[in-house]
Ligand binder design. Structure first.
Ligand code: FES
Length: 262
């Protein structure tokens, strides 16, 4: 069961450093989250927008939640006793397979944090998990190495060709399905290599309002009726079916779609 999202003033009751990331344990969570869900957290100072922060798990009791703060958030490091305004859990979670399957996880950037609770849930469901992490600033190397039967980390793929080469290597033997996490630009670099494989993606949105109002996180998608639409990562995502995203148009000007919301 997933908790209904709520907005609350949370106290930081625990801090753990993990490379360029901090894992903050905050109190007052409304209940359990599911893999792929995230929080929208105020960052203070003169920044109006919140930051998208991935959720690891609910710990110890249903009242405590682990929020992963990435280096991208531009936050000053947090300490115990700090207070943050949090909206969580937000977003559509990953769909789980209904049978034990062979699964490939591909993660890059802060969104790789979304793969940690997913990998643990997949292994608990009997799946065979292979994991590929791309880039230097990824979260969860140790946890993913523990959960996956095979884990590769390529810290500095310099070119798109190298990224594509690593993904091709990880597709042999071919998995039954793929989960990836990263920015739309990072995933667009290799998504064509996945062909018709079922593919779910968790997308980094960066600064967010978390309420669906500002339209700052829109993404071009193909509706079931065949028409292109704009979906909001913070409301209709952050997990999408990879085949629904119009990858070639991500990062471009969407003016032609304004008004064509989902
Ligand atoms: S960040 Fe405001 S609508 Fe998504």
């Amino acid at each position: 069961m997933t908790a209904i999202p709520r907005c609350w003033d949370a106290e930081v009751v625990g801090v753990r450093d993990a490379g360029p990331f901090q894992v903050l344990t905050v109190s007052g969570a409304p209940g359990p989250s599911r893999p792929g869900q995230f929080a929208a957290v105020t960052v203070g100072g003169d920044r109006l927008l919140r930051r998208q922060m991935w959720l690891d798990r609910t710990v110890d009791s249903e009242d405590l939640l682990e929020v992963i703060v990435g280096h991208h958030a531009g936050l000053t490091p947090r300490t115990r006793g700090d207070r943050l305004n949090v909206i969580a859990p937000l977003g559509r979670p990953f769909s789980m397979p209904n049978a034990p399957l062979s699964v490939l996880l591909v993660g890059s950037g802060p969104a790789s944090a979304a793969l940690v609770p997913l990998a643990e849930a997949l292994v608990a469901a009997g799946c065979r998990v292979v994991c590929l992490l791309l880039g230097e600033h990824v979260y969860g190397r140790l946890e993913l190495r523990r959960a996956a039967s095979t884990m590769r980390h390529e810290p500095a793929p310099a070119t798109a060709e190298q990224i594509r080469g690593h993904v091709i290597d990880s597709l042999d033997p071919e998995p039954d399905l793929v989960y990836s996490a990263g920015s739309a630009k990072q995933i667009a670099a290799y998504v064509d290599l996945l062909g018709d494989l079922p593919h779910q993606v968790a997308l980094d949105a960066g600064p967010i309002c978390g309420t669906g109002v500002c339209q700052g996180c829109v993404l071009p998608v193909q509706g079931n009726d065949g028409y292109a639409r704009l979906a909001r990562i913070c409301r209709e995502g952050a997990v999408f079916h990879g085949h629904h995203i119009l990858w070639a148009q991500t990062g471009t000007d969407f003016e032609y779609l304004v008004g064509a919301g989902p």
